[in-house]
Design a protein around this ligand. Structure first.
Ligand SMILES: Cc1ncc(COP(=O)(O)O)c(C=O)c1O
Length: 395
């Protein structure tokens, strides 16, 4: 049997391409701004995680350029060996202070944080509890660990409690949840999770990829939003969304983060350090986030405008409570058709189909930036109204 046979037999993407509906790996030839250039046309970008609009900020770009001048373009090795620069340490100190946690540790991507952290913490004999809609890298991190994996129904504290009630207290237990769920845009019921963790002696880790910079009075994310920061043991964040770059971090107790994880997380120890330009960009992005809380206020104004606008048109926006707003359309084909037609009408959205979402719950994932103007958003709503009526999703 040829191990490649499955590749030769794989036709899922071909079928969508043949129907002229393929809208993945689209090529953009400009910065990740509220309006981007694609195939010579301008389109309003409603598919980016650049929530605070910092990826093309002049100060952030200048910081990256200065770092390249000083340190070059790469670290040529792992943090563990030759790849730790003084700016990695400065960023970790800054992140710990920003997140109000004793310690922080950076990784080269957010995906690698979850792979490395969860797999090294959840050893044989331990248990990790996951929300069924947790991000893929949480699931993969749990798979890489040698402990047991227990999944509970999405954002369902009662279901989690039923599972915790039968737990063996002699086994170590970690609950890992997204702060903001990346497709549905709903916020985890963190007060209920931390209460259960206390009752059942478990530790809690929150992946706040979509919460940091967005939620909380200071942008510290979901735990700040709910006022439960001291009850969350570990907070994971990524640099690829509000923090305008690429990379990720874990923040928490020094004995856990800088003593254990730093010496055990294989995805950090055996992978090259985040490059100087990325590290310097994040340092500058945090400075701007602290200095300009009005950016977050604008993001929320835009979010409210679009959530109300889409709902007023008759679209189903699910349980969204954040700048991630799904437009649930049902069948996969409708999502593909709408994404393509919206692009033709000058709006970029991401179609999300099964297995990314349950069958029959295909959606267009929209996400918003502080830097979208009312004119951009009004144009987008007009396109949604036109295309939604064409395909019969709204009347
Ligand atoms: C919830 C969540 N966690 C982790 C990640 C991975 O982050 P990164 O893009 O930094 O690898 C993502 C990115 O899509 C995400 O949405």
């Amino acid at each position: 049997m040829d191990i490649f046979q499955k590749c030769f037999d794989f036709h899922d993407a071909d079928a969508v391409k043949e129907a002229g509906l393929y809208s993945y790996f689209r090529t953009i030839s400009s910065a990740q701004d509220p309006v981007v250039r694609m195939d010579g046309h301008e389109v309003v970008m409603l598919g980016s995680n650049n929530y605070l609009g910092l990826t093309n900020h002049p100060e952030v770009k200048r910081a990256a350029q200065d770092a390249i001048e000083k340190y070059g373009t790469g670290c040529a090795g792992s943090r563990f060996l030759n790849g730790t620069l003084d700016i990695h340490i400065r960023l970790e100190e800054k992140l710990a202070a920003f997140m109000k946690k004793p310690a922080a540790l950076t990784f080269s991507t957010g995906f690698q944080v979850n792979l490395g952290v969860i797999s090294c913490l959840v050893e044989r004999g331990d248990v990790v509890y996951l929300d069924k809609l947790d991000h893929a890298c949480i699931i993969d991190g749990a798979r890489l660990g040698f402990g047991a994996v227990v999944k509970f129904n999405h954002n369902d504290a009662e279901d989690l409690e039923r599972r915790l009630a039968v737990r063996d207290p002699k086994k170590g237990a970690l609950i890992v949840v997204d702060g903001v769920f990346s497709m549905e845009g709903d916020i985890v019921n963190l007060p209920a999770i931390v209460a259960l963790a206390q009752k059942h002696s478990c530790r809690v880790m929150v992946d706040d990829a979509h919460g940091i910079g967005v939620l909380g009075a200071h942008g510290r994310g979901t735990a700040e939003h709910f006022g439960v920061e001291d009850k969350v043991d570990l907070i994971m964040g990524t640099f690829s969304k509000s923090l305008a770059s690429v990379g990720g971090f874990i923040a928490g107790d020094e004995r856990v983060v800088t003593n254990f994880i730093k010496h055990r997380a294989r995805s950090m120890i055996f992978s090259a350090a985040a490059p100087p330009a990325s590290v310097a960009s994040v340092l500058k992005a945090i400075e701007i986030i602290e200095r300009e809380p009005e950016r977050r206020a604008r993001l929320w104004e835009n979010t409210r405008f679009m959530a109300e606008g889409l709902r007023a048109l008759g679209f189903d926006t699910g349980e969204s409570q954040t700048p991630v707003i799904p437009v649930v359309v049902g069948e996969d084909r409708i999502a593909f058709v709408m994404a393509l037609r919206l692009q033709q009408e000058g709006v970029f959205v991401n179609p999300i189909v099964s297995p990314g979402v349950p069958p029959g719950r295909a959606m267009l994932r929209t996400s918003f930036m502080a830097t979208h103007t009312r004119e951009h958003l009004t144009r987008a709503l007009e396109a949604f109204a036109k295309v939604g009526r064409e395909v019969g999703v709204i009347s």
